[in-house]
Ligand binder design. Structure first.
Ligand code: NOJ
Length: 880
């Protein structure tokens, strides 16, 4: 790409500034934080409401399995070992096919004839439960029809601690409440379609830099271990864990543990987070799967609560495995008790039955590693040639839904009356590479790892191939030409003289700018996943300047992964409108023209704050290792104060606040009513006890290694991970390069933590904040219902997203926290409708780090209703 040296220097300067802003240093209390041990790993609880049948069926199924078959369920066959990005072994004896796990949170990755959906972060701007559910259901249908069992979505980690985080757009919003509602609807949508949702990445996976040691070394950073996100318990519960609790409550069948460390223990072997919080406090009954390559130990990760390893090999296509044959060995020699592997397998099968997979089976009909019809079934070892892609068209009518979601998620930031356009404009000119088609086609760069042409998704595993991509220029041209008008476009951002000439002729100029980011294995234009800055790309500000210099009716459209710095153009009076269109997916241009030409009255609201500069956010990424060659330490010193909570606390004026968005009409708010619910049971810490680890009456585990050898008649796929042993000698077996890597250390205490093998006495009293999926059921009691009247005072029908915020009143509480919202559809001019939201106990509670439980503090509590986080028209006190 072209970039002027001044811009390059500017970008470098911004990078330096941001390094200074991430103030993690050895004097912080959080520096070198440690994660406490929590053992044993909680086993599934058949009495869990909603999960009873699924767990019972799972136990029956697992009860029939041999050890080798159980190992097969838990261990991936190796990178590129099967058709999907993740595959476990099959159980042919029972006719049980290998499970297929596939990305992504925007549609099916690595295939064709699929849809490319609106990104999570963009859909968040719809504030529309139906958009999230339908999006999840649509993706679920496509997943099911391609023969996939587990969709690796939705995302609520990253939450979006810092706006430059590369994968924020895969998730929803830095607000935990908004993300929580969005993830719950998404999980329900995906799973109602009959496939397992995998909510990821658990947890504090807030940046791409240093997420993995080897990847970072590839980019020239000399570090041995992944970054550690260091966080305190309050921040964990009130912010980052919040939406995961909602996902668990909604029934997510699986959770993916993340690459990063949390308080200096890896996410996939962090017993405090997996055993203690996820399976204990949140009562999660499904299975934990590792992110791809996020497993760092065998026995230790099994005890910490990992249930499935992906892609199964220690490093991609190495042929070595932490589990597979090593898990077989570890169970035969009683290092890992049988109940733990039974629990892993039961959790996997419980998720399977929970979503009704047995009724929805479709054979996998694509292969991730080739787009050709024929190819290797096992690309890992170039084995088994044949038809691998059936090119099944799974798109159904999803295009309509994607178009609609894109339009509903579009946020109108500025409008001096120029919008909506009529289509009868005299001379429309369109500018910017972001308006047009990519020179390489919509899928020209692997995993969308470049920014060329209009931006409709970020890059990385969170993408799917576009079946087509409607560019804004195409859609605007269709609009104008159907009205007999004139339209011309220039998509070279740097064609300065041509731009000036055309802009001066046009009655209406539409300028398109963008800003991209993605996953950390791809670096584009020096952005290693994360954005280096928040400015618009391709010298977008200059482009806007060049157009506005000669055209006083310039509409700016932004396609971006998150907030961008709007610079001087926001106040430029020749910029007559600004639209944030996010990452709309395949129908991009159509969604946009629906809004620009008034078929859809914009109702989207910002799911994040747009600040003047990155410094204003008060948080930033770590771009340089700060701990020598050891794990970089990323101290979440800001606590719960990210995004608008930080702006509010620090008294910083944003350009556009969280929750902001204009409409072609106006709404007024009146008549706040707060109704206290009578007779709500008091909060009671959970003190239920759990039964002993179940015995599934499976075939008794033989200790004779001869029983676990490779069968004679097997045609082995090179580098494929099997559960079998190569030798009757344990040492020789794990030393075989084809099968496994030594796991045994001389000192077993390093991988057999105290209490980890104890299946006879489950943790006696469960976590006080636990008791049901999502936490203590009393947290979800409704204490108040708040209503208000919303009136359309303008001249056209429109949607309004009414928002409810609470102030919990304590010195450590944010000034305002979102705790309710509703998108009120199609409010007619002059019509008044009632907005209503329930406030649960959880909504009004704070995490008490001493009690280790939620409490409602004595501070005065207030409630606010309005149209954004800073336009809070109505206010009332809560009588607790
Ligand atoms: C790594 C990514 O972090 C994760 O989101 C994805 O699902 C896996 N790779 C599989 O592609």
């Amino acid at each position: 790409m072209r970039i002027t040296s001044t811009i390059a220097t500017l970008a470098a300067a911004k990078l330096v500034a941001s390094q200074a802003l991430n103030d993690s240093n050895p004097d912080d209390a959080l520096w070198g934080a440690t994660s406490p041990p929590y053992y044993p790993s909680p086993w599934v609880d058949e009495t869990t409401e909603g999960w009873e049948t699924a767990i019972r069926k799972a136990k029956e199924f697992v009860g029939q399995l041999t050890l080798l078959e159980k190992v097969n369920l838990t261990t991936g066959v190796g990178w590129e070992g099967g058709p999907c990005v993740g595959n476990v072994g099959a159980i042919p004896r029972l006719g049980f096919p290998a499970l297929c796990l596939q990305d992504s949170p925007t549609g099916i990755r690595f295939t064709d004839y699929n849809s490319a959906f609106t990104s999570g972060g963009t859909s968040a701007a719809s504030w529309d439960r139906k958009v999230w559910y339908d999006r999840g259901y649509g993706m679920g249908e496509e997943t099911r029809d391609k023969g996939i069992d587990v969709l690796l979505a939705p995302v609520v980690g990253p939450l979006g601690r810092s706006p430059a985080g590369g994968r924020n757009w895969e998730g929803f919003s830095p607000d935990p409440y908004l993300s929580g509602v969005a993830v719950a609807e998404s999980v329900k949508g995906v799973q109602d379609a009959g496939v397992i949702a995998c909510t990821k990445h658990y947890i504090l996976n807030e940046q791409e830099h240093f997420r993995q040691g080897p990847e970072s070394r590839g980019f020239g950073f000399n570090i041995t271990d992944s970054i550690s996100s260091n966080v305190d318990d309050k921040t964990l519960h009130e912010l980052y864990l919040w939406p995961f609790a909602d996902a668990v409550r909604a029934g997510t069948g699986s959770i993916m543990c993340s690459y990063n460390q949390i308080n200096n223990t890896y996410g996939c072997e962090n017993s405090a987070l997996l055993n203690g919080i996820l399976k204990g406090e949140l009562g999660f009954q499904g299975f934990v799967v590792s992110d791809w390559g996020a497993q760092h130990s065998g026995v230790f990760s099994a005890f910490a609560g990992l249930d499935m390893t992906m892609p199964g090999d220690t490093t991609f296509s190495s042929g070595y495995a932490f589990w597979g044959p090593n898990l077989t060995l570890a169970v035969t020699n009683s290092t890992i008790p049988e109940w733990r592997i039974d629990d892993m397998a039961t959790r996997i099968m419980a998720a399977y039955y929970f979503v009704g997979r047995e009724k929805n089976y479709v054979e996998t009909n694509f292969n991730s590693w080739t787009t050709q019809t024929e190819g290797w079934e096992n690309a890992i070892g170039n084995k088994n040639w044949g038809v691998v892609n059936k090119h099944v068209d799974v798109r159904r009518e999803h295009a309509k839904q994607i178009r609609d979601a894109g339009a509903r998620s579009t946020v109108l930031l500025k409008n001096n009356g120029v919008l909506p356009l009529t289509g009868k404009e005299k001379f429309t000119a369109v500018f910017g590479s972001d308006a047009g088609d990519s020179l390489y086609g919509p899928n020209g760069c692997s995993d969308r790892g470049c920014t060329n042409g209009t931006l409709a998704v970020g890059w990385g595993s969170g993408t799917s191939a576009f079946p087509y991509l409607i560019s804004p220029l195409t859609a605007i041209a269709n609009e104008v030409l159907s009205n007999g008008g004139i339209i011309q476009g220039i998509t070279d951002d740097y064609a300065y003289s041509q731009i000036a000439a055309l802009a001066s002729q046009a009655s209406h100029a539409l300028v398109f700018v963008n800003s991209d980011s993605g996953e950390g294995y791809i670096s584009f234009d020096g952005n290693i996943g994360d954005r280096n800055n928040l400015t618009v790309w391709h010298a977008g500000e200059t482009l806007i300047q060049n157009v506005t210099a000669v055209n006083n009716n310039t509409i700016v459209v932004i396609h971006s992964v998150g907030p961008v710095e709007l610079g001087a153009f926001v106040d430029n009076e020749n910029v007559t409108a600004i639209v944030w269109a996010g990452l709309p997916g395949q129908e991009s241009g159509n969604s946009l023209t629906d809004v620009l030409y008034g078929r859809v009255n914009p109702g989207g609201k910002l799911p994040f704050t747009i600040g003047k500069s990155r410094e204003d956010y008060g948080t930033d990424l770590l771009y340089t290792p700060n701990n020598g060659e050891d794990a970089p330490q990323d101290n979440f010193n800001e606590g719960v104060f990210i995004d608008y909570r930080s702006f509010d606390k620090n008294g910083i004026e944003p350009v556009y606040e969280f929750g902001f968005g204009l409409s072609y009409t106006n709404f007024s708010y009146s008549n706040l009513k707060i109704t206290k619910h009578p007779n709500v049971p008091a909060y009671a810490p959970n003190n239920a006890t759990n039964a002993f680890a179940p015995s599934l009456n499976s075939t008794p585990v033989s200790t004779d290694l001869a029983d676990y050898q490779f069968p004679d008649d097997i045609d082995r796929v090179p580098l494929f991970i099997y559960p079998y042993l190569n030798s009757t000698s344990a040492n020789a077996s794990y030393g075989d390069s084809q099968a496994s890597e030594p796991y045994a250390a001389a000192d077993t205490s390093s991988y057999i933590p105290e209490g980890s093998q104890d299946g006879t006495a489950q943790w006696k009293n469960r976590h006080p904040a636990g008791g049901a999926p999502g936490g203590n059921p009393r947290l979800y009691d409704v204490l108040f219902t708040v209503t208000a009247t919303v009136t359309n005072t303008g001249g056209v029908v429109g949607d309004e997203v009414a928002q409810l915020y609470v102030a919990l009143g304590g010195p450590d509480d944010p000034l305002y926290q979102l705790r309710g919202f509703d998108r009120l559809y199609d409010v007619q001019p002059g019509q008044s409708v009632t907005f209503g939201a329930d406030l649960t106990r959880r909504d009004l509670s704070s995490w008490d780090t001493v009690k280790g439980d939620w409490v409602i503090t004595d501070y005065e509590k207030k409630v606010f209703v309005g149209k954004s986080s800073r336009k809070l028209e109505l206010e009332g006190a809560l009588d607790l």
